[in-house]
Ligand binder design. Structure first.
Ligand SMILES: CC(C)(COP(=O)(O)OP(=O)(O)OC[C@H]1O[C@@H](n2cnc3c(N)ncnc32)[C@H](O)[C@@H]1OP(=O)(O)O)[C@@H](O)C(=O)NCCC(=O)NCCS
Length: 212
């Protein structure tokens, strides 16, 4: 997948990515997880599935990029074919038969370019591949950007956790996808996926380059 002229890669998060992930974490959340939490997730938590997204600096030719599945094959990590730069990350826990999205963040200067959607699509596809029945998550009631992202991918509010966040006592909205057996749900996802691929393919170089 390309962001303008820059091909993107999504790959499993590794311990070596933690400093870059922690930097994004600190600018993204008022209660950031410490580096040790990510180390624990990657090395101890067998239910955890984490991914990073970044630029792929040398890449195969995408002669026919017509379907997501072909793109996904090309997106996945090839040893030596990309940099370790991290523009965003996301993950979920396998909780019995549900995928509970534990985090999702995009580097501040790379937001609103479709990368959050790339990460969310990765989580949904991976969760389905692992035969979970749905995806769930909590989001701050004030986090309109994230809520808009999740709504675009078919998440619906199913509850509220009062005073869930200890830093300011804010409520959490509990969101869930419909069951993954729902054809209508995947139609919604795939419609958003198609619009995203179109958008990423047409992004201009100026919009793509990081601000710094
Ligand atoms: C939420 C977040 C991951 C979105 O990442 P992103 O790369 O900017 O998202 P995208 O560019 O893929 O945008 C996807 C959709 O999200 C919504 N969105 C993203 N940023 C938005 C904003 N600032 N205001 C309103 N809606 C926004 C839009 O619906 C957008 O679709 P559109 O571009 O067609 O309008 C990013 O803002 C972030 O890292 N926030 C801090 C961490 C966080 O809150 N994580 C979620 C925890 S539950």
């Amino acid at each position: 997948m390309y962001l303008g002229h820059i091909p993107l890669v999504v790959k499993p998060m590794q311990v070596a990515h933690i400093p870059a992930v922690a930097s994004i974490e600190r600018e993204s959340f008022t209660m950031p997880w410490p580096d040790t939490a990510y180390r624990h997730e990657l090395t101890q938590n067998e239910t955890a599935h984490y991914y990073v997204l970044g630029p792929q600096r040398s890449h195969p030719t995408l002669a026919d990029a017509s379907t997501w599945h072909r793109l996904r094959q090309m997106l996945w990590f090839r040893p030596g074919a990309d940099s370790d730069e991290v523009w965003g990350y996301a993950g979920f826990w396998m909780m019995v038969d549900e995928a509970h999205i534990s985090t999702l963040a995009v580097r501040h200067d790379m937001r609103q370019r479709g990368l959050g959607q790339c990460l969310l699509l990765t989580l949904l596809d991976e969760a389905r591949n692992l035969e979970t029945v749905r995806a769930t998550l909590e989001v701050r009631i004030s986090n309109c950007a994230a809520q808009a992202l999740y709504a675009k991918y078919g998440f619906e509010e199913v509850g509220r956790r009062k005073g869930y966040y200890p830093d300011n006592g804010e409520d959490a909205l509990l969101l869930t996808t419909p069951d993954f057996s729902s054809v209508a749900f995947w139609n919604t996802v795939d419609a958003s996926r198609s619009r995203l691929l179109e958008r990423l393919g047409q992004a201009s170089v100026a919009r793509v380059l990081p601000a710094n």
